[in-house]
Design a protein around this ligand. Structure first.
Ligand code: PLP
Length: 379
């Protein structure tokens, strides 16, 4: 398929390859773990063994690379593998600047496990480029990590502004763009060096595959180290999971646009509900970074929002218990709407307030989701 074709077409057509053997419009799933060597002793078809890669992963990588406008994409078996492999690929000892409000599992890894690997992290307000600048240790800071919108408070980081600050100090910028998706934000175009996804969420979109990805602005030493880690450890997605991920990405654009529009409707309805103390959503004019989000995100503000219940933690937990359409479960970005009391899972030391419910908007009609929430909040 030509390189001038839009990312949306590439996503819908799963990369656009027609199977040369059969003409199948959906690619075959190759389950092989080993590949034939040529008579001249080479591997001209590119595949040797199933531990470093497989053809299904390569298809997913081509699609994600086009969506993010990158030089190289590496698909990994989870978002956590993607992020931690990037950190482990830095020249160590490494100092990282990361936001206080970020995916809790990764924050926990940075606090508890990373020091043993020679990685020290300073946590700052990721929405404040001057706080990031003050935390950078020139020569020692290898990476500035951002997550925007950030889980679960949905604050916004200025990717372009922070990239300027970081690059002047010689640090790379990595962005966890899981909540924004490549439909709404392309971090590499704004100056970031690496964009990471938990592909478990919106990229796959159906709550049935665990996967992650890293897309690099340049295919250099760090990308090569991540590929080396994947190949030597066998941290790869199986062929079936890769096929499911490719299928999921076909509907990425329609899902994310629908979910963004529905999330905005829900946020507006919740903002005037008497039993709500606050609604956290970058699409609302009252969000402190609404103007920045409007510049940085195109076509919507994403399908994630949080509500703070006026009656505190007990009210939040009781509200979640009364919901009939929203499913009480962790994770996000799937077709079914999910609700979660985040403080219960994040535990002590979390910046998440106890009265907060995180909402992942699925594909059910928005009015049904609003009615369910309104009733549960008021009961
Ligand atoms: C889920 C998630 C991760 C971790 O991804 P896994 O696929 O669960 O390993 C990282 N960042 C964000 C924002 C997430 O939502």
């Amino acid at each position: 398929m030509g390189s001038n074709i839009s990312p949306e077409v590439i996503a819908v057509q799963g990369g656009g390859d027609i199977d040369t053997e059969t003409g199948a419009v959906i690619p075959p799933v190759h389950m092989a773990t080993t590949y034939e060597r040529d008579p001249d002793n080479s591997y001209s078809r590119g595949y040797v063994y199933g531990r470093p890669d497989n053809p299904g992963i390569a298809r997913c990588e081509r699609v994600i690379n086009t969506l993010e406008g990158g030089a190289a994409t590496i698909v990994l078996p989870s978002g956590m593998t993607a992020a931690t492999f990037l950190f482990l690929a830095l020249d160590r000892p490494a100092h990282i600047v990361a936001p206080t409000v970020m995916y809790w599992g990764l924050r926990k890894w940075l606090i508890n496990d990373a020091p043993g690997f020679g990685i020290e992290t300073t946590f700052v307000d990721g929405a404040d480029p001057s706080a990031v600048a003050a935390a950078i240790k020139p020569g020692r800071t290898k990476l500035v990590w951002l997550e925007t919108p950030s889980n679960p408070l949905w604050s916004i980081s200025d990717i372009a502004g922070t990239s300027d600050v970081a690059h002047r100090a010689g640090a790379l910028v990595g962005v966890d763009s899981t909540a924004a998706t490549p439909v709404l934000t392309r971090p590499l175009e704004l100056g970031a060096d690496v964009v990471m996804h938990s592909a478990t969420k919106y990229l796959n979109g159906h709550s049935d595959v665990l996967a992650g990805s890293l897309t690099f602005a340049s295919d250099g030493a760090i990308a090569a180290r991540v590929r080396g880690l994947r190949g030597s450890l066998g941290a790869i997605l199986g062929p079936m999971e890769a096929a499911l991920l490719l299928r999921g990405m076909r509907t990425l654009f329609v899902r994310v646009r629908h979910q963004s529009a529905a999330a905005l409707e829900i946020a507006r309805a919740m903002a005037v509900h008497p039993n709500i103390a606050d609604v956290l959503y970058p699409g609302l004019e009252r969000h402190p970074a609404h103007a920045l989000a409007s510049r940085q995100m195109r076509g919507g503000f994403g399908g994630m929002l949080s509500i703070r219940c006026a009656g505190g933690e007990a009210h939040a937990i009781a509200t979640a218990a009364r919901l009939q359409v929203w499913v009480r479960a962790t994770s996000l970005g799937g077709i079914e709407s999910l609700v979660e009391h985040r403080a219960s899972i994040e535990g002590s030391g979390s910046p998440c307030p106890p009265d907060l419910l995180r909402l992942s908007v699925g594909l059910e009609p928005a009015d049904v989701l609003i009615d369910d929430l309104s009733r549960a909040l008021s009961a």
